[in-house]
Design a protein. Structure first.
Length: 165
């Protein structure tokens, strides 16, 4: 017998992955969209709730158009945006360099370990993603980073200046 199956899309969601590689800690935030405001709210959560005692936070992220301090000023009053922006030092991975972003590596692990099956709704997705993060945090699971400066100079030679003697 032949069975017919029609795929029904329940919707899409955005996952923000906050990953502290040396500590093996991660936080996952699920949002309906990936807007400048969503990113700004996530940054405020990092500053105020996740790392409230930090004077400066060094962030590495991809070059998405929403990932700018200007997004903070679109989402919040100027004083609030400046307060958050002053705590953030942002570094961007090269274009087409998501493989350099450890948060992307964690998202890949999350996809394989937690998101293999379809989630029926946003609440379940958030619940499953947070439970996954808590399990990984309890194990202090870290990324086994093998990419060295020497590797970078070879692979990313266009980004490194040449010195001729």
């Amino acid at each position: 017998a032949r069975y017919d199956y029609e795929y029904k899309r329940n919707g899409v969601a955005n996952l923000f992955m906050i990953f502290e590689p040396l500590a093996g800690k991660r936080h996952v935030k699920v949002t309906e969209r990936r807007t400048k405001k969503d990113w700004a709210v996530c940054m405020r959560q990092i500053v105020d709730e996740i790392y409230p005692d930090a004077k400066q936070l060094v962030l590495v992220m991809d070059n998405l158009n929403t990932h700018t301090k200007a997004s903070l000023y679109e989402a919040f009053e100027p004083a609030e945006a400046k307060r958050i922006a002053d705590k953030l030092e942002i570094h961007y991975t090269p274009k087409h360099g998501s493989w350099l972003n450890m948060a992307e590596i964690e998202i890949s692990v999350l996809s394989r370990q937690c998101l293999a099956e379809r989630m029926g709704n946003m609440k379940r997705l958030a619940r499953e993603a947070v439970a996954w993060a808590e399990q990984r945090n309890a194990k202090e699971a870290k990324v086994n980073w093998r990419f060295t400066t020497i590797d970078a100079r070879i692979k990313l030679k266009k980004l490194y200046p040449s010195i001729e003697l």
